[in-house]
Design a protein around this ligand. Sequence first.
Ligand SMILES: *[C@@H]1O[C@H](CO)[C@@H](O)[C@H](O)[C@H]1NC(C)=O
Ligand SMILES: *[C@@H]1O[C@H](CO)[C@@H](O)[C@H](O)[C@H]1NC(C)=O
Ligand SMILES: *[C@@H]1O[C@H](CO)[C@@H](O)[C@H](O)[C@H]1NC(C)=O
Ligand SMILES: *[C@@H]1O[C@H](CO)[C@@H](O)[C@H](O)[C@H]1NC(C)=O
Ligand SMILES: *[C@@H]1O[C@H](CO)[C@@H](O)[C@H](O)[C@H]1NC(C)=O
Length: 581
Amino acid sequence: MTPTRLALFLSLTRSVLSMVMHERISSVPPAFKLLGTPAPSQQIDLLVALVQSNMTGLEWVVEAVSTPSSPSYGQYLSADQVAQYVKPPAASVSTVLAWLGPNVASVTPYSPAGDILQVSLSIAQAEALFDTKFSTYTHMPSNGPPMIRAMNYSVPDVVQPHIQFVHPIVAFATRPRILAPFPQHVDDPRFNRRQLAPCEDIVRPVCLQEFYGLPNKTISSSADNKIGVQGYNDPSLGEYANLNDLSLFLGQFRPDIPATTSFQLVSLNGAKNLQDNSGGLEGQIDIQYTVGVAGGVPVTYLLDEGGDDAATSYMNTINWLLSQEHPPRVFTTSYGNEETDLTRSAATAVCNGYMQLAAMGISMIFASGDGGAADNQFGCTSFVPMFPPTCPYVTSVGGTFFQPPTAFQSSAGGFSNYFPVPRFQVADTQNYIKTAVHGAYSGMYNKSGRGFPDVAAEWEVYVVNAGGVTSIGGTSCASPIFASFIALVNDRLIAAGRPALGFLNPLLYSIGRAGLDDVVVGQSSGCSKSGTTGCVILGSPPDALTYKTNHRWNATTGWDPITGLGTPNFKGMLNALGLRD
Ligand SMILES: *[C@@H]1O[C@H](CO)[C@@H](O)[C@H](O)[C@H]1NC(C)=O
Ligand SMILES: *[C@@H]1O[C@H](CO)[C@@H](O)[C@H](O)[C@H]1NC(C)=O
Ligand SMILES: *[C@@H]1O[C@H](CO)[C@@H](O)[C@H](O)[C@H]1NC(C)=O
Ligand SMILES: *[C@@H]1O[C@H](CO)[C@@H](O)[C@H](O)[C@H]1NC(C)=O
Ligand SMILES: *[C@@H]1O[C@H](CO)[C@@H](O)[C@H](O)[C@H]1NC(C)=O
């Protein structure tokens, strides 16, 4: 049927359309409580993801522009070029618009390429259009906002081949959560001895410069080398980046750069970067350990008020990056979810978004998570992978103690159940499974899944919060530090007239290993089948932590699922890239 005839068919024969169930879940996850039924007149927004034209081609392009041995290494695509691969075929657009047209209040493009549409409609319209019943739920542990969801939805059989999914209907997930930073020594008296204190006591930017060989200034003065930092301004999280704390931090810990050095704020969905010091520590870590480590590289803080859903929160950032003429080259996020928080279709769509950013040469960097191998779950029978870290197109950062170099017990890592192991990594994960796991944990993890994290960095640092100095720990610290390392490498590349690093993994798993120091000591906390060996107690000093003693990963020579390939070595990375120190 031609698109025009199909449109006519859809508008005339609605009552006799043959509907097929497109996605369903068999039960609502136990953390969500049913609140009631939404009013039929209530307006909601849904995203309709259409089929894309050439994702196989884009995958091929990403490999070509990101693999150091490839002739087109570093020849990234523009956002417009990426859109040519992503935009849906014309017949799919006309079919979907004909179906939605008369039945919704409005349809607007959500993604720049038009592969995702935002549809506003009433509950009554949505129930008729998708042949389902909506209810209102809340996430009990976080006392989250009301969420309107259903357990399944259907679409006409003639429309089904043109869409990927409709979202969020069957997606039950919290927004991206803070990766549980561990407060350590609040207003530590040792800080008064800071002029003398060795880095063993108080890790601060000068220590990171020393451990990792990071330079204290940029040389390219290129405004194109920007770091983006994710913030989520959830009312229940209350994370903001405080300007006064940043200025105090720079005055204390980076006296060589002006204390007035700040960042550009970008607000999505009306987010406000409140300055009343009611915010938590995450915002302070993320901004202080980018502005304060990558001294001289401009920083953009992208603060999203967002909605009630994980995948949409990640997609908001992807769309913002896709629509920038000069997007940040490096982007760090210290928030995350468990992989199963997202439906497979939603996680795949988000990961496809990271693939598009990879084609544009953007390094997406994520904290791996702070729950060890099992996301702090008691009595679990399988390990718990984290998303976005399991998406192959992002670089995920675990945590280490710097001296002696040792894996941080709570550093999350493992293997994906959604994403198969990518080619650049397969030799490493197979080697780990063969030589370090020795057949243990059978059935507790997916041997053919993408392994994470990719790399690691220092897990505990000092920040200024609400005017005081405090230490804070977690992979939330490691991600901005690693992002700053990459931005400083980019500075040297740009100064040498070369393209910045884009999607990092094909480099890191090949010649880039020389720019990383392997961490071979330590274990992660894990998953106790009996649930009696204890788990990490959040907020306690490290000495008081008890760790699950069985079912955990070991750090080893080579890649491992606690510290990945290792920690930054600036000089080694310059050498690997053929640059002089
Ligand atoms: C998809 O992209 C690849 C890589 O650019 C290209 O070779 C191929 O012709 C494209 N396929 C279609 C159907 O456009
Ligand atoms: C579809 O969802 C509705 C409402 O959420 C539910 O009542 C019905 O049992 C579901 N049907 C199937 C086959 O899952
Ligand atoms: C910056 O680093 C260089 C080289 O390591 C060093 O000589 C210089 O003293 C440092 N400058 C400041 C202000 O820390
Ligand atoms: C294991 O990973 C593969 C590759 O991603 C996937 O196809 C499979 O469904 C996963 N198995 C389980 C049990 O999740
Ligand atoms: C991890 O290392 C310990 C010794 O440090 C060893 O007893 C244990 O078997 C190792 N675990 C695995 C899965 O190899």
